[in-house]
Design a protein around this ligand. Structure first.
Ligand SMILES: [Cu+2]
Length: 192
């Protein structure tokens, strides 16, 4: 398997390549529309092109849906919860902090119930190495559920992923994840 940092680099390269293609396409359009042409001249080929794109994107959409629909995590989460009940953790996002426990156990299924007390926020879980592992929206008057299992102990970071005001860039906090056998984990199990 490709290491996560290597994968992120590959995504960056892909993103730059796609951006270059878009920039070249825009420059080409800019260049090719310098001389005006009558509508009737381009009407037929334009409609043909549009039909072609329509079929292409429609087909790609159906193929990608069919190929990825089974990876939807809902059934997975239900099976996990049936095996061992998840620890429910309430998270409330505010301008500009999160109200949530300061520590949680590793290798236990956790059900984050996420909401907001003011505006829309994001709730992003970052690994100790700074890699985004999971995220969900934090919305006022609405509860979003995120199932997540911390792979191991360490200091994880919770970050807001949606611009929410002037303090957004400092809206992050540490989350201590301990191995499941520690006394704190036992106390949390009793509460759950
Ligand atoms: Cu924010």
């Amino acid at each position: 398997m490709v290491p996560i940092v290597g994968r992120q680099f590959a995504i960056l390269v892909l993103w730059i390549a796609l951006s270059l293609i878009v920039i070249i396409a825009f420059l080409w359009v800019l260049q090719s529309t310098r001389k005006p042409r009558e509508f009737e001249e381009v009407q037929e080929s334009g409609y043909r092109l549009r039909r072609g794109w329509g079929w292409l994107y429609g087909t790609l959409l159906i193929i990608s849906f069919a190929a990825t629909a089974w990876t939807m995590p809902y059934a997975w989460a239900q099976r996990q919860e049936a095996k061992s009940p998840a620890i429910t953790v309430e998270v409330v996002a505010h301008q500009f902090s999160f109200t949530m426990p300061a520590s949680l156990p590793a290798r236990r299924l956790i059900k984050f119930v996420v909401t907001s007390s003011d505006v829309n926020h994001g709730f992003g879980i970052y690994s100790p190495k700074g890699v985004l592992l999971a995220q969900v929206q934090a919305m006022p008057d609405y509860k979003n559920v995120l199932y997540f299992t911390f792979p191991g102990p360490g200091t994880y970071i919770i970050r807001c992923l949606e611009y929410c005001g002037e303090g957004h860039s400092v809206m992050y906090q540490k989350l201590t994840v301990y191995s499941d056998g520690s006394p704190a984990a036992a106390a949390l199990k009793k509460e759950a």
